[in-house]
Design a protein around this ligand. Sequence first.
Ligand code: FES
Length: 267
Amino acid sequence: MGTRYATVAARRFGQTGRHDAWWLTPIAVFLGLSAFITYATWAAFQAEHYHFGPYLSPFYSPEVFGESPHSWFGPKPSAWPGWLPWSPAFLILWAPGGFRLTCYYYRGAYYKAFWADPPACAVGESRQRYVGESSLPLILQNVHRYFLYLALLFLVFLSHDVWKALWFEDPATGEAELGAGVGTLVLLGNVVLLAGYTFSCHSLRHIIGGRVDALPGSPIRFAAYSCASCLNRRHMLWAWMSLFSVGFADLYVRLCSTGVWSDWRIF
Ligand code: FES
């Protein structure tokens, strides 16, 4: 029996047979990510108003060097070149930034929204040859697993910040006393959402599942795998909610520090 081959003409850029509003998601992603990147870059360059009382902005945590009482090793190192802009955020933001940049969900989203490669499924793209992540530079996206280890470490730092946000200085005695303000809840909510995002990571699922992603044998490993898989089903939602919360947590601390907002003490 003979074989007949059908030829499919390559689509022009933007050409598609789809009748739905396929362009809506890439535009929303473009606007959302652009707004966050712009705000985060601006906030990182400020190098001030990133702490208020016991609160520390997540963009500046951990504060390895810096002027605030949260700093681990004191002020800016004297060896820092005078011509180079300084901010405590520069020392640490590359880690959570790299984690998001190499995230499987965000990769799919920004390849479509920013590079239009392709703009959506079954929509024509500008490039005709697909090399994807099999060659440089995109092959470097595979470092995601290592950024995951760093992200897990950052969850420990941010959880410690929530603990510190429970201790307020008594104006009369100068002693630290247990309490909670709206800022404590903002920082707590941020850690919960970031934990949801981190623990729903595809790489974490693969790490727990093993090399072949076979169902793990031990009950504890099986439970961890099931939990990660369950969270993973909503990874996109975790990604956006945690992106919003981390930006809002910085904004909250910043506006309290500048006196625009007052932090309401719950107890
Ligand atoms: Fe999104 Fe790992 S896949 S954080």
